[in-house]
Ligand binder design. Structure first.
Ligand code: FAD
Length: 314
């Protein structure tokens, strides 16, 4: 079922989850264990992230240096297929612009459709640390709005080549929103105008970047509504687990942490896991009171604290 249908039919608050494919060289068992931990919570859907290739330098035995390029976390499509078909949980496959041609994207969408997957999150991704050569007969999407348009064209049976008797592909499309502004945007207003372009291109819903201050989300929703964005805006939350994340989270996600949370973690780093879960519980309560359509949890490598938090609301 589509994410948007889950939202329309929901009788109780929805809690969705986002997981990351295992690194290359690890087995699918790793991710299955995460899904098994989430399954008793009856997730309406699970997102599976996608990652473009990175390059690195490796020293050969003879001392010369070789440049190697690989995708560190392949397998998004296959993992979505396994979750959807083995666990009967709907999945949302993340699809990136950067690092992929539009032709590769079209093939990936066809594969997803064959696997019975009806949802995608259309993202630009971040610039890879190497420039992939693009063949002259290939094209790219520079922004997520272009990717949304490409996916929506498939709903009308419009493939990149003119195909006779082509069946349409009908995906529900989500996009990313940033309550604290995307790091490259000049200001929040301009970022919201770009978000609106994604919605006008056909996005059905928005999922936000993680935030730790609900007021930032409330203000963002107000500004989006004032800008004429009417689709559901699903808040994204992460449970903090260690005081070390006071450094890594702002650096990696370009967001602020509230003073009260920072002070608590600095005073009692040994109780960071408990502080993180309590903070998240408070955020969920506030968001449910606000009437959010769903709460989306970034699981990353910490499923157990999220399970503990969500169980309190079931
Ligand atoms: P866009 O919407 O294309 O915006 C990127 C920047 O360009 C913004 O600053 C925007 O204001 C600006 N912009 C947009 N359109 C225009 C335009 N027409 N002209 C000028 N400027 C414009 N990354 C991954 O690699 N894999 C994942 O699985 C993944 N999942 C994510 C899930 C969520 C819920 C979120 C919030 C982020 C996720 N990301 C993921 C990170 C995301 O790829 C990065 O934040 C990326 O830098 C921006 O992606 P976007 O889709 O928001 O880009």
């Amino acid at each position: 079922m589509k994410v948007i249908e889950h939202i329309e039919k929901a009788q109780a608050p929805l809690f969705s989850y986002e997981i990351v494919p295992p690194p290359r060289g690890r087995s699918i068992k790793d991710i299955i264990e995460v899904v098994e931990a989430l399954a008793p919570l009856n997730p309406p859907w699970i997102d599976v992230t996608s990652h473009s290739s990175t390059s690195y330098f490796q020293e050969r035995i003879d001392g010369t240096i070789q440049k190697k390029t690989l995708k560190k976390r392949p397998g998004t499509l296959g993992i979505c297929g396994v979750i959807q078909n083995r666990f009967k949980i709907d999945t949302v496959a993340h699809i990136l612009c950067l690092g992929f041609t539009r032709e590769e994207t079209e093939d990936a969408l066809i594969e997803l459709s064959f696997l019975g997957i009806e949802n995608v999150l259309a993202l630009r991704g971040d610039t890879p640390n190497f420039q992939k050569q693009i063949r002259v007969d290939r094209t790219v999407n520079s922004y997520a709005s272009g990717l949304v348009s490409q996916i929506k064209d498939l709903r009308d049976g419009k493939f990149l080549d003119d195909l006779d008797r082509a069946d349409s592909l009908d995906f529900c499309v989500g996009v990313a929103g940033y309550p604290e502004k995307h790091f490259e945007a000049a200001c929040l207003k301009n970022d919201i105008q770009n978000l609106k372009k994604k919605v006008e291109a056909g996005a059905d819903y928005i999922v936000t970047q993680m935030f730790f201050d609900n007021q930032k989300y409330f203000d963002f929703v107000t500004q989006c509504r004032e800008a004429g964005i009417t689709v559901p805006i699903i808040p994204g939350l992460k449970v903090l687990k260690s005081a070390n994340q006071l450094k890594t989270i702002p650096k990696n996600f370009y967001i602020d942490l509230p003073e009260e949370l920072v002070d608590g973690l600095l005073e009692s780093p040994q109780h960071a896991a408990e502080i993180g879960m309590n903070w998240c519980r408070k955020q969920v309560e506030g968001l449910l009171n606000f009437g959010v359509p769903a709460v989306h949890f970034y699981v990353l490598n910490d499923v157990h604290s999220i399970v503990k938090v969500v169980k309190g609301f079931k």
